[in-house]
Design a protein. Structure first.
Length: 332
């Protein structure tokens, strides 16, 4: 990671955060996967927040800590070594620049596909990093599959793998991301540590079906409520956080909304996050699920393939409303 001098960080003007978070935030929905009512809790959380925290998730702590330790080793390497994994096009090692259209943040990352052996050139021990990635991704994929099946049950739609089969498909276009937010010397932190004036990862919604996020115990993640206020998500290294993505918003015809989120930088602590983005195969048609459409309810979206959506997403800026181009003008 390059530590920027003052004039250098000024070049990244849009790294600065000017919006304050709300003072009395509601609690983040908590879903205990071992409880019988978890399906209903998930549906409520997806409708109200597009976001929830998961405990009793079944992902072994050993897999989590091994990957965290491998990722920490990787991000501690000299920049020249990390760059051997290749520039993100879109997969590879990236530093401050996010995506191809000028977005920047106080972050470095490794972006990987989930169904191809990662290029871990430059890492100290590629084999142990790869094993840690494989174990972690397999366990998180299983948990994500269960959550998508619980969503289908909760929505009373069949078959129960109608959503999960998309990410379980061999051709699934799922993505995995490791983000490292180093402490930022430019941060002016609020007294309770929940707000900062520097953007780590700018506001956006995730394009996929759901995203499964886990981080170390450093704060920074915020979600936007339906009224546009930002609330801080208290970090919890033992739990997972689930984001509803744009594709699930479309498949539920807007009943679930993808959650807008962002990460603010911290002045003293590093944040390390790992996110599994559950994507469908490129050729998959994304449209409201017929079994969810009641009576004369109309689709709010034009049908598109995941390939078309992804292509359009990659020509957008992080904060853009990517679904706008696929909305139907529905006569009232
Ligand atoms: C600015 C961009 C980065 C992104 C591709 C995009 O053009 C718009 C969507 C961005 C996003 C957000 C969620 C995930 O982190 C990500 C991997 C994804 O699928 O969509 C990133 C893309 C990226 O960093 O390549
Ligand atoms: O790093 C985080 O906690 C969230 C990052 C994120 O939203 C993303 O990579 O899409
Ligand atoms: Fe995200």
């Amino acid at each position: 990671m390059v530590i920027l001098s003052k004039p250098a960080i000024e070049q990244f003007g849009c790294i600065r955060n000017k919006q304050a978070a709300t003072l009395f935030p509601p609690l983040i929905p908590l879903v205990d996967l071992s409880k019988p009512d978890s399906r209903q809790q998930i549906i409520k959380a997806c409708e109200e927040f597009g976001f929830f925290k998961v405990i009793n998730h079944g992902v072994p702590m050993d897999f989590i800590s091994r990957l965290e330790s491998e990722a920490t080793k990787f991000f501690s390497l000299p920049l020249s070594e990390k760059e051997k994994t290749g520039q993100p096009k879109p997969y590879g090692y990236g530093n401050k620049r996010i995506g191809p259209n000028g977005d920047v943040g106080w972050v470095e990352y490794l972006l990987l596909t989930t169904n191809q052996d990662p290029n871990l050139l430059g890492t100290e021990n590629p084999e142990s990093f790869r094993i840690a990635l494989d174990n972690y991704m397999a366990a998180v994929k299983k948990m994500a599959c269960e959550i998508l099946e619980m969503i289908a049950d909760g929505l009373k739609i069949q078959p129960r793998n109608v959503l999960s089969k998309l990410m379980m498909d061999e051709q699934s276009d799922s993505v995995f991301r490791l983000n490292h937010y180093p402490p930022c010397p430019e941060v002016v932190q609020s007294l309770n540590g929940t707000s900062s004036n520097v953007i780590g990862f700018g506001e956006h919604t995730d394009p996929q079906i759901i995203s499964v996020l886990r981080s170390n115990n450093t704060s920074g993640l915020q979600i936007s409520l339906r009224d546009g206020t930002w609330i801080s998500v208290p970090p919890d290294q033992y739990s997972f956080f689930i984001n509803v993505g744009d594709s699930l918003q479309v498949m539920t015809n807007g009943r679930f909304k993808s959650v807008k989120h962002r990460v603010l930088a911290n002045s003293v602590k590093s944040r390390l996050s790992m996110i599994y983005f559950c994507g469908p195969p490129l050729s998959e048609k994304i449209a409201p699920l017929p079994s969810l459409m009641r009576g004369d309810q109309q689709s709010l979206y034009k049908e598109f393939t995941w390939f078309e959506y992804k292509k359009s997403a990659y020509s957008s800026r992080l904060a853009d409303n990517r679904l706008m181009h696929f909305e139907k003008i529905v006569a009232s």
